[in-house]
Unconditional design. Structure first.
Length: 421
């Protein structure tokens, strides 16, 4: 059997809905709150939240051979995507990509090889999806091919493509290579890790793409050139098919083979780790983290024959300023790009006044977590000096720090600026 659950943020279960077979991949949620899930028996379900219970509004059942995925590996996390017009897109093990709306088939696109990954939708509506035979397809919203032929990698593509706001596509395959393609199929660059790449990538607005590979490294590459910005060594502690998530404060979160959840900063330095609770080995490498605005992080794991959610406090809200900050693209796992532009200068430390009164003011620094900055002041915007009683400022795990300054009566206007130390 399979189950879909709805919980409150505090862990209280509101309802559970059962299915005849296991559910595969991650659910997607549309703007009306309808939840779309794929069932191993070969079905797409639309579920509405009725408060105290969940209700199946409609189902679309696949027909033909090879639609039953009951015995398929769990790392093949086929998940649905939602186009802007509400059409649900997904690929399946019968070597087809489907478009379904309100329970009716809109179109079906045949592929060469089974689909063991999830679709992503570019800003222009083009759908990208990979196959077990190593082909990356581009499909127009009307179900016709966008390219004259698919892009061949030579080995299985299990990852969901990440897309930036210009429509460039980023993905890895079991060829050991990580690819960046332009929307017209032209290779932008490729990066060879020499080992399988299971995990899907995430893209930050500052022009960085992140992913883990079986060569023992978690990479940060420049989206324009493909050059390595930094790499975090994970050795044989594989990421497998668990995708990272990006925090608004510059942090990066992911789980690894050792059943540990990792937080690293924007320059590849480890911030903290948490051992996940659950019974067994390799508990969490098939589940990607989700984050709320209050800093809570939710990680699904195996617990013997059951599932368990670990809730971690102390993270950052998801990076809503980046185009592809998590497995599903946007906050609702629709498989669509999150924002409308990519800006290489989008991640900068900022100063803002949060409180004024009683002869003092409070200035808040927002930047990288655990980063050190210098605060300078000027009375004429020409000559700048370091604030004498504040030689350095270090942000907390949320990338924030508060500074109090005294306001002297009849003093000249004072301007402040922030510099990386």
């Amino acid at each position: 059997f399979g189950y879909l659950y709805r919980h409150e943020p505090n862990g209280v279960r509101k309802w559970g809905l059962s299915f005849d077979s296991a559910l595969r991949g991650s659910p997607a949620i549309d703007d009306n709150g309808i939840i779309y899930v794929l069932e191993d028996a070969g079905a797409l379900h639309a579920v509405s939240n009725q408060g105290a219970k969940g209700k199946i509004d409609w189902s679309y059942k696949l027909e033909g051979e090879e639609v039953d995925a009951t015995d398929e590996d769990r790392e093949h996390g086929n998940s649905p995507a939602i186009a802007e017009d509400g059409t649900i897109i997904f690929g399946w093990f019968d070597s087809n990509v489907y478009a379904v709306k309100e329970g009716e088939l809109v179109w079906k696109f045949p592929t060469e090889g089974r689909v063991v990954s999830s679709p992503s939708i570019a800003p222009d509506g083009t759908i990208y999806i990979g196959t077990e035979t190593g082909l990356m397809y581009a499909i127009k919203p009307d179900g016709t091919a966008a390219w004259t032929k698919p892009f061949a990698t030579g080995a299985k593509i299990m990852s969901r493509p990440a897309i930036d706001t210009e429509g460039n596509i980023y993905f890895g395959s079991f060829s050991g290579k990580f690819y960046a393609l332009e929307p017209n199929r032209a290779p932008k660059w490729q990066f060879d890790t020499g080992q399988d790449i299971w995990a899907s990538a995430v893209v930050r607005a500052d022009g960085t793409v992140y992913f883990g590979a079986d060569d023992g490294n978690f990479y940060a590459l420049d989206t324009e050139s493909g050059k390595v910005k930094w790499k975090y060594e994970i050795k044989e502690n594989w990421q497998l098919s668990s995708t990272a998530a990006l925090g608004l404060d510059g942090s990066i979160y992911f789980t690894l083979f050792d059943n540990t959840f990792y937080a690293i900063n924007r320059i590849g330095e480890e911030l903290w780790t948490v051992k996940l609770k659950g019974d067994g080995e390799d508990l969490a490498t098939y589940s990607s983290p989700s984050m709320l605005d209050d800093g809570k992080i939710y990680v699904g794991i195996k617990d013997g024959n059951n599932g368990l959610i670990n809730v971690i406090q102390g993270g950052s809200p998801i990076d809503i300023d980046s185009p592809w900050p998590s497995f599903g693209g946007d906050m609702q796992n629709t498989g669509r790009v999150m924002v409308k532009r990519t800006d290489a200068e989008s991640f900068k430390a900022e100063l803002r006044v949060t409180e004024v009164g009683g002869g003092s003011l409070t200035i808040q620094v927002t930047g990288d977590a655990f980063e050190t900055y210098k605060l300078q002041y000027s009375n004429n915007l020409k000559t700048w000096k370091v604030v004498p009683d504040l030689q350095s400022i270090k942000t907390n795990f949320r990338g924030k720090a508060d500074i109090k300054r005294t306001i002297e009566a009849d003093s000249a206007p004072t301007f402040y600026r922030l510099l990386n130390e």
